[in-house]
Design a protein around this ligand. Structure first.
Ligand SMILES: C[S@@+](CC[C@H](N)C(=O)[O-])C[C@H]1O[C@@H](n2cnc3c(N)ncnc32)[C@H](O)[C@@H]1O
Ligand SMILES: [Zn+2]
Length: 308
């Protein structure tokens, strides 16, 4: 984790900033003295206090996601997302500028999309990856060692300084509109990737994938409407040829992975051809904070002060 990103973080216990990390240190300490161990892989668990009611993605789900993404099936989506996320920073910049934009990947998973974006930006940004799954963050932290990879519940107040982020992006993960609006600069952007109706339709039933509501995009805008307005959206369609293993992985890596029966899934894919042709359909939506909400003052976060 780069020290420059620490400036954007707040201690979840007392709401103050963190002290710079010394070289080789594996403890993150706030200036009030609260400390958080850094795992061997480089992520930090900031969750303290009562356990969260959200079930984290399991090691098996995370492994399936990593294998599927590593095969490059969603590279086309990553390329489009990188363009959208990096656009605000690619106005011909003054390379001598010390300004480092901040990107937040909410629900970073294995950090694969963030890695693509950091590559596109040539490492000239600070990045925070949030996820509730330590299994996912083990991989994300190895993949994006410069980023702050934090175990955190997106539905809580985020441990991030108000109006600091240039972009928050979310790929198939929960969206806490109020908190995204608080941490974004008034000129910042929220970029959301969602599946479109018809996404992987050819294998949806066999892979126990949830139906995608036809009105999903309108529902997305409505769910964010108190804090954001839609400024642009684009669609991405990828024609994929999936092996039976890919089909298993794509089933296990999504929400169905929490309850899917692996033996039944393996039986289901046995009858598939060597390659199954499917369409992956996505929308990339760009929102900006609505002015009145963006003006919220900086808050200290005091949600998890332990009993003394
Ligand atoms: C479908 S995966 C997408 C991961 C990543 N964005 C990607 O596309 O590769 C959803 C991710 O959201 C995380 N997640 C689910 N609920 C969460 C919460 N309340 N707080 C933080 N992360 C959460 C899961 O652990 C999982 O890594
Ligand atoms: Zn503290």
């Amino acid at each position: 984790m780069e020290n420059s990103v620490l400036d954007a973080l707040l201690c979840p216990i007392c709401g103050v900033e963190f002290a710079p990390l010394l070289r080789g240190a594996n403890v993150l300490r706030c200036v009030d003295g609260h400390s958080f161990d850094m795992a061997r892989q480089g992520y930090v668990n900031l969750l303290t206090g009562p356990g969260t009611k959200f079930v984290e993605d399991s090691a098996k789900m995370v492994c399936a996601r990593d294998d599927f993404l590593a095969n490059g099936h969603y590279q086309g989506l990553a390329n489009e997302l990188s363009k959208v996320v990096s656009r605000p920073f690619f106005a011909p910049t003054d390379s001598s500028s010390l300004y480092r934009p901040l990107i937040v990947d909410a629900g970073t998973g294995t950090g694969w999309y963030l890695q693509e974006i950091l590559l596109a930006l040539g490492g000239r940004v600070d990045a925070i990856g949030l996820d509730i799954s330590k299994f996912a963050l083990r991989r994300a932290a190895r993949r994006n060692p410069s980023a702050a990879n934090l175990v955190w519940d997106i539905w809580r107040e985020l441990p991030i300084v108000a109006h600091r982020a240039d972009v928050v992006f979310v790929v198939f993960a929960p969206r806490n509109a109020a908190e995204f609006a608080r941490v974004l600069k008034p000129t910042g952007l929220l970029v959301v990737v969602t599946p479109r109706p018809g996404h992987l339709a050819q294998i949806a039933k066999l892979a126990h994938m949830l139906d995608i509501q036809p009105e999903k995009e309108a529902a997305l805008a409505t769910s964010l409407a108190d804090h954001f307005e839609l400024v642009d959206s684009s669609t991405v369609t990828l024609e994929l040829a999936l092996s039976p293993t890919d089909v298993c992985n794509v089933a296990l890596m999504g929400p169905a992975g929490h309850h899917i029966n692996s033996a039944e899934l393996s039986r289901n894919v046995e009858g598939l051809a060597e390659l199954t042709h499917v369409s992956a359909e996505f929308t990339i939506s760009i929102f900006r904070p609505t002015a009145h909400k963006a003006a919220l003052p900086q808050r200290r976060i005091l949600t998890h002060r332990p009993a003394v």
